[in-house]
Design a protein around this ligand. Structure first.
Ligand code: BG6
Length: 308
């Protein structure tokens, strides 16, 4: 039996959850509801695409250069950053940015469907090396619930005897028509760390992106809305268990340096990341406790003539 056959036998739900080998080179789960479809790779438990309705443009941006199975993180969709966000807090370890689960293999552990929702759970079992890097023991699971929204919950259970200190993000890449006609609201009056200058700045008004942007907004439980005039839609990102919001666009030069984005890719994506990021919003999880970081993504069609 192939892996997809085994997964289908254990977790397939007729017409609603199927497992297949994706043209990008790895095994994915396809989740279907009455109107929408989402594709989740077992590598990194990474959502690769979500279309709320058959005729809608995909909500998530995925680099055309993305390939599964190379052992490298995939640029686009929703990578999971855990148990650290950005560079490892101790540069001496030589460990990669954004933690060790984003390119690792996850296991399917549950699936369920009802008339209105399709649900899949993936889990990640930490190796002894992972536990050493984490400084403790944990059980990690990721729930995907597809209705007319896409809901994702990342749950960390501290199964050890020492408190865990983590940072984390659902590093969501959103498709936009053109960066020049996009505005982000919901973070007005909040403070952010500008990762490019190191300055802490107050956000005045909405956010327009006209250059490389890499910001960690602290203490932001707020819903952020991406107003996209050229695609005539809004993407609302609401969350739970998240105190930070990261806004990122590499712009032209950094995108070229990254080497895994197409030339104009930076014009068609923006990251709005549901996160807990240090030093202000680190998450401490005591032994026996669980913590859930959750996001709900909704895509709302607006009148194309709207001037919002
Ligand atoms: C963002 C960070 O979340 O991810 C940026 O704020 C970083 O600093 C970006 O450049 C991409 O990271 P990576 O490791 O996927 O290239």
């Amino acid at each position: 039996m192939t892996l997809t056959d085994t997964l289908t036998a254990a977790f397939g739900q007729s017409g609603r959850i199927t497992f297949e080998t994706n043209p990008l080179g790895g095994v994915v789960a396809r989740l279907v509801t009455r109107c929408g479809t989402a594709v989740v790779a077992l590598q990194g438990a990474q959502v690769l695409s979500w279309k709320p309705t058959p005729d809608a443009a995909g909500v998530l941006w995925l680099s055309p250069m993305a390939r599964l199975g190379t052992g490298k993180p995939l640029r686009g969709g929703i990578p999971v950053c855990w148990p650290w966000f950005g560079p490892h807090p101790d540069a001496q370890t030589g460990k990669g940015a954004h933690g060790f689960v984003r390119a690792a293999d996850w296991r399917v552990t549950e699936s369920a469907v009802s008339a209105s929702e399709t649900r899949l759970t993936l889990s990640y079992a930490l190796s002894p090396d992972d536990e050493a890097a984490l400084g403790g023991q944990a059980r990690l699971s990721l729930d995907f619930v597809l209705t007319d929204t896409l809901d994702i919950s990342l749950t960390t259970a501290n199964t050890g005897t020492a408190a865990l200190t983590i940072s984390e993000a659902l590093h969501s890449y959103f498709t936009i028509g053109d960066i020049a006609s996009v505005e982000l609201t919901g973070l007005e009056g909040r403070h952010y760390l500008d990762q490019l200058s190191g300055a802490t700045i107050e956000q005045r008004g909405s956010i327009a992106i006209r250059t490389e942007t890499d910001r960690i907004y602290w203490d932001t439980p707020d819903t952020v809305v991406i107003h996209d005039r050229s695609l005539g839609r809004q993407i609302a990102i609401s969350k739970r268990g998240s105190s930070s919001t990261v806004v990122w666009n590499p712009w032209r030069d950094k995108a070229q340096r990254l080497g895994d984005m197409d030339e104009d890719g930076y014009r068609r994506m923006v990251c709005v990341e549901t996160a807990n990021v240090g030093p202000r919003n680190l998450k401490i999880i005591e032994p026996g406790e669980t913590h859930t970081l959750a996001v709900r993504i909704a895509c709302i069609k607006v009148n194309a003539a709207s001037t919002d």
